[in-house]
Structures are given as structure tokens and as C-alpha cells.
Ligand binder design. Structure first.
Ligand code: NAD
Length: 490
């Protein structure tokens, strides 16, 4: 098996230690690839390359319209090779091929969107209060950007970072999750066709505490953009303080899905399942906390349980599979621990809570969709991100109560409100402390709309116009059109 390499300064290289990591298919634990395992020295090499490429100005001085065309070419290449990329994503993550195909379409759209934005901001003239002067604001690239991504949406998360950073004229070092690096490696290979100058795009491979930490701590990196867990986010903030680098953090969520009694019952049931069990619940915005108005609580739970029984787990490549395995043995153990915690806390397990028994699923890291009722807001199972197929259900009796409950975690990534009373929906939405709120829907996101969290779900935004601005510095340029001595020092 050929060992996949890192891409540094325009060349494919092995790590200096020559260590190799095996990449596993979570459906059957087969080794699907071997990749070189970098460490902090390899990351330093990539940072030096990205620094030199930024400082020599070739990329920064490339007209924004040209940069946009090159980013557009990435979109076109991804679209051309999307079938191959989708297969690789399913192999590496276990998610269904339909999900992977949808991801690839979204990824191409993200590159297309930022390609279009690249030359749209021509700066701003401001009304100077000083006579005989001109005052303007320009946006400039920040510099060298370290970008660290998680395993759940490997290429999608990489696209959210790579596309705006390049469109804005930065140089990048991308570090995918060590568990799922394959599609990111493939896209960097494909990006060679576009011909970005040497050192503009760098890819490093390896673990978080070595390679990732170096990107966060190194003084030659100007910005660190991280998507992952809250504990890692805190470490990155500390490491980034060395040179006060800019930070963008997209962390986890424990997202409330609020169903009022006047909601369309069947649609709300259907979407509540999709909100939490899509991709085995391994979604930062998963609707893992269901809050149901008391008067419909029991039939709602009954309908959910009926539907959960029919969820088809299996190989992501098989037609009919609705959910694949969890990403790793370790992650499944974490989910199992939370189920034990929930039971010990007194939540009532109404379905799931075990590994599936089908013989064909035994090699994969599968876990059965699980629902807890009788949940209280102070339980750990309600407060903490499980990141698996586990739904907690709470009851509420009033608008005020549900707002209070929904906001009562450290997270603030996303949430949803289901009701036919739009005035009520707007009242509730106005009080939810979350970066994205859906009314009568769950999950939609797209390149045009910003994505990010309130509270400990992070700060900074990806996607949308603001997603490009995050990769820029703001400069105020003041010009005196009639210079005169000030005369202060006689
Ligand atoms: P993780 O924090 O374990 O790892 C994420 C990345 O950080 C990986 O590339 C890892 O190698 C790296 N890393 C680990 N330790 C590091 C360190 N000390 N310094 C620098 N880098 C380090 O997260 P994960 O398990 O890969 O992903 C799951 C988490 O990601 C969940 O909490 C989920 O909610 C979150 N997530 C958030 C969003 C969002 O948009 N807010 C999207 C996807 C995933």
C-alpha cells in the first residue's frame, strides 16, 4: 500500500520520522490507507513554507479576480471528481454514500461561493471629519493561516476554511483529523492542477497534540481556525496566546429542538429523528435535546420510538442504509459511557442503549439509536455533548419555561422551534442564545449563511460574507490632501 504524503512547499513529502499511520474503515475495521505521520518539526517546515509564500507577495499581489478564478477551478475539479471523492469519504467515515454525495455538492458550492466573493469588496470610503483629507478602509489578507478540522465532516469542514482563506489572499496549512484525512489529501492533490504558487497551500498530517499544537503555538502563524471539541478549543486558545494570533473556534453543541403542541405533529416527529440520528448523531448541530410541550409529550415519544425501531444501520455503500457506524471504537465507548451516566442519573431508557445484534454489523463500531425520557436539565446527559445517536427528551409547559431550559447549557450553536404560531416562534427565537435557529425545519445550512456559535460553542463565523472577512485584516488609510506644519513644538 502506497503511503500518502504531506504537501509542503509544493512537494509531496514523508514525515521526517518516517512514521506511518493506518487509516481504518469504521464499518469493518479494514485498513484502507496508510499515511505519513508528521510531528511538530514537519509542521514547522510547512509553516516556514507558508510564511515565505505569504511574505514574497506573489499570491497576495495576485489580483483578487484572478484568485477568485483559481478558487472557482477548485470547485469545478471537485464537481468533476465528486463520485470518487464521495466514495472515499464514505470509506473513511462510514457515512452513507448519499450523505457523502450531498457533502461533495455542498463543498463545490462553498468553493464557488467564495470564488465569487473574492473580488467583491473594493473597500469603503468613509466621511472624514477632518478638512482636506481622504479616509478609506481596505481589507487585506491576514497572513499565514493554520486550519485544523474534525473527523465528522472531513472535507466539508476543510472547504469552509480553505476556500475563504485562499480567496482572501492568505497562505494556508491545513491539518485534517488524523482519523479521516483521505479526502483532504485527495483534494490537495487535485488542487495541484490549478497551479497555486509554491507554499500557498500546505497539508500536514498527524496528531493534534503534535502537529495541531504547533500550528496553534507557532509565532509565524497569524491565524488559527479550529473546528472540533470544546476541550481542544480551550487548549488552542492558550497555545495561540504566544503571539496573540487571531483565533476562530467552531466547537460543539447540545442543541435544543423545541416542539410546541400546535406544531405539525408528523413533520415534527420526522424531523426530530433526522435532527438527532442523521450521521449517527455525529453532527455538531445535532438536535440531541428534544423539548416537547407537555400536552403532546407522550404521543410524540411513542411515535418517535415506533420510527426508531425501523432505522436501518449498515454499510454506507448499501442501498437502504440510513445510518453507518460511529467513527471509532473509542468514540463508541464514550457514547456507551454517557448512556450509563444517563441511566444512573435516573433518565428512562425507552429504546436502544446497546450495540446492535445483527451479525453483519459486528465488525463495525455500530450503536443503536437511543432515546431517554424523563430527562432533567441538570443531568449530564442533557448538558454535555454525546456526539452519538442519543436523544434526551424533556417536557415543558410554557414559552418562558422552554426558553429558560433551552438556553441552560454552556453551548450555543444551533436550535429549532416547531409551531404554527409564527409570532410565538419569533418571540422564542429572539431569546435563544444560538448562532443558528431554524423555524419549522432542522439542519439547513448553506454557503451564503454564516455558521458559528454563541457562548462556549465558539466564536468567529464560517460561510457567508463574514466567512471571508474572518480571513482579512482591516486597515484604515488616512490621506492629508493639504499637508501643513502642526506647529505644536515651536
Ligand atoms: P477534536 O477536538 O478531538 O479534534 C479536532 C481536531 O483537533 C483534530 O484534527 C485533532 O487532531 C486536533 N487536535 C486535537 N488536539 C489538539 C491540540 N492539543 N492542539 C491542536 N489540535 C488538536 O474533535 P473531533 O473529535 O475530531 O470532532 C468532534 C468535535 O468537533 C465535536 O465536539 C463537534 O461538535 C465538533 N464540531 C464542531 C463543528 C462546528 O461547526 N461547530 C463542526 C464539526 C464538528
Amino acid at each position: 500500500m502506497v503511503v500518502k504524503k504531506m504537501f509542503i512547499n509544493g512537494e509531496w513529502v514523508n514525515s521526517h520520522t518516517k512514521e506511518v499511520r493506518e487509516i481504518i474503515n469504521p464499518f469493518n475495521q479494514e485498513v484502507i490507507a496508510k499515511v505519513t505521520e508528521g510531528d511538530h518539526e514537519d509542521a514547522q517546515y510547512a509553516i516556514t513554507a507558508a510564511r515565505a509564500a505569504f511574505d514574497n507577495g506573489e499570491w497576495t499581489n495576485t489580483p483578487a479576480s484572478e484568485r477568485g478564478k483559481m478558487v472557482l477551478q477548485v470547485a469545478q475539479i471537485i464537481e468533476r471528481d465528486k463520485d470518487e471523492l464521495a466514495k472515499l469519504e464514505t470509506l473513511d467515515t462510514g457515512k452513507t454514500i448519499i450523505e457523502s454525495e450531498a457533502d461533495m455538492n455542498d463543498i463545490a458550492e462553498v468553493f464557488r461561493y467564495f470564488a465569487g466573493l473574492a473580488d467583491k469588496d473594493g473597500g469603503e470610503i468613509i466621511a472624514s471629519p477632518i478638512p482636506d483629507s481622504k479616509s478609506r478602509i481596505v481589507r487585506e489578507p491576514i497572513g499565514v493561516c493554520g486550519q485544523i478540522t474534525p473527523w465528522n465532516y472531513p472535507l466539508l469542514q476543510a472547504a469552509w476554511k480553505i476556500a475563504p482563506a485562499l480567496a482572501a489572499g492568505n497562505t494556508i496549512i491545513i491539518k485534517p483529523s488524523e482519523i479521516t484525512p483521505l479526502t483532504t489529501i485527495k483534494v490537495v492533490e487535485l488542487m495541484e492542477e490549478v497551479g497555486f504558487p509554491k507554499g500557498v497551500v500546505n497539508l500536514v498530517l498527524g496528531s493534534g497534540p503534535t502537529v495541531g499544537n504547533e500550528l496553534a503555538v507557532n509565532q509565524d502563524v497569524d491565524l488559527i481556525s479550529f473546528t472540533g471539541g470544546i476541550d481542544t478549543g480551550k487548549k488552542i486558545m492558550r497555545a495561540a496566546s504566544t503571539n496573540v494570533k487571531k483565533i476562530a473556534l467552531e466547537l460543539g453543541g447540545k442543541n435544543p429542538n423545541i416542539v410546541f403542541a400546535d406544531a405539525d405533529f408528523d413533520t415534527a416527529v420526522d424531523q426530530a429523528l433526522n435532527a438527532v440520528f442523521f450521521h449517527g448523531g455525529q453532527v455538531c448541530s445535532a438536535g440531541a435535546r428534544l423539548l416537547v410541550e407537555d400536552s403532546i409529550h407522550d404521543p410524540f415519544v411513542e411515535a418517535l420510538v415506533e420510527r426508531v425501531k425501523r432505522i436501518k444501520l449498515g454499510n454506507g455503500f448499501d442501498e437502504g442504509t440510513q445510518s453507518g457506524p460511529l467513527i471509532s471504537a473509542e468514540h463508541r465507548e464514550k457514547v456507551e459511557k454517557y448512556v450509563e451516566i444517563g441511566q444512573a442519573e435516573g433518565a428512562k431508557l425507552v429504546i436502544g442503549g446497546h450495540r446492535p445484534s445483527e451479525p453483519e454489523l459486528q465488525k463495525g463500531f455500530f450503536y443503536s439509536p437511543t432515546i431517554f425520557t424523563d430527562c432533567k436539565v441538570d443531568m449530564r446527559i442533557v448538558q454535555e455533548e454525546v456526539f452519538g445517536p442519543v436523544l434526551t427528551v424533556e417536557r415543558f409547559n410554557s414559552e418562558e419555561e422552554v426558553i429558560q431550559l433551552a438556553n441552560d447549557t454552556i453551548y450555543g450553536l444551533a436550535g429549532a422551534v416547531w409551531t404554527k404560531d409564527i409570532a410565538k416562534a419569533e418571540r422564542v427565537v429572539g431569546k435563544l442564545r444560538m448562532g443558528t435557529v431554524w423555524i419549522n425545519d432542522y439542519h439547513p445550512y448553506f454557503a451564503q449563511a454564516p455558521w458559528g456559535g454563541y457562548k462556549q460553542s465558539g466564536f468567529g463565523r464560517e460561510l457567508g460574507k463574514i466567512g471571508l472577512e474572518e480571513y482579512t485584516e482591516v486597515k484604515h488609510v488616512f490621506q492629508n490632501t493639504n499637508p501643513q506644519p502642526v506647529g505644536w513644538f515651536k
